[in-house]
Design a protein around this ligand. Sequence first.
Ligand SMILES: [Zn+2]
Length: 318
Amino acid sequence: MSRQAYNTIDVPFHFRHTCWFCGEPSSTHLDFPHSCNIASNLSHPLLSLPACRECCSLSYPRHVRSIWSLRAHLKQALLTKYTKHIAIGENWTEQELIESEFSGAILGGFGKSAWQMYQIAKQRIAFNGWALSIDDQSLEIIDDTANFEFDGTQYLSITACIDFYVEGVGVDKELLTQLVEILTPNRFGYALQIAKLNKRLSHTKRRQIIEEITLQEAESQQIEQEQQSLLSVQSTITDVKVSGATAPAFAIQWAMQKRARTLAELCQLEDDFFDEFATLGGAAAFHSYQGLQLYLQAREEKTWAQECDPNYAVWLTI
Ligand SMILES: [Zn+2]
């Protein structure tokens, strides 16, 4: 493909001489797609982007068809190459490195430069380039990559992220993989926390942890479902008029939540009621309480409750 066929992207002033992929100083250009890549089905024009030598030298699969996909692949390649550097931030804090007494030709150097190496690698992975345009015409390119992001770092996939923590932090691959399956990728942080606390573990211990987390998840899902169904039932509660006073729906709902079924039970919670609804103002809180008192008193008569209480069915669920 001739060099002229590529469109040089616009570069904002403060990004001049910056690699679009990793934010390091750029010294060359990356032309995409490479002439040996298949250019058909490309979702945008041929592009020429400022890049650093290292990003240009990284290889990527032939099937890559968009600049976003290319960027994801290059980031992954950088991540794999610098796993050890990025893992420094996972294994140490800056303070620990300052306070550590690394000495000798090799370890002394590690103590001094480790944090810097970590920061550079982390920043390169996190760098997001700038909005693409050619001659001020914005390129409406749809990001078609389904990456996985965790802790500010983009990974090509959840598997790539797991591999990173296995390689760089030494967590157990099988444990982390199974935990992510149970907890879902949304709760990767929690899964990782458990895996970090259980780095070297026996087969039995791994099975125990998995069983415990599975059970814990099943229980919390059940509680959530119960709360949801309670909420949906309670949303049907209506105001009730009794002897010229009104028991408002919110007050009835409060009584249900407190399991106050009778007038006597309500009287014991009188102070709680006025604390809870203090913002209504004295008179409104008083009228609501009075309405609630009359309502609960009326409910003590079974026939009234069954025939006149519009919330009869909701009380049965309490
Ligand atoms: Zn670069």
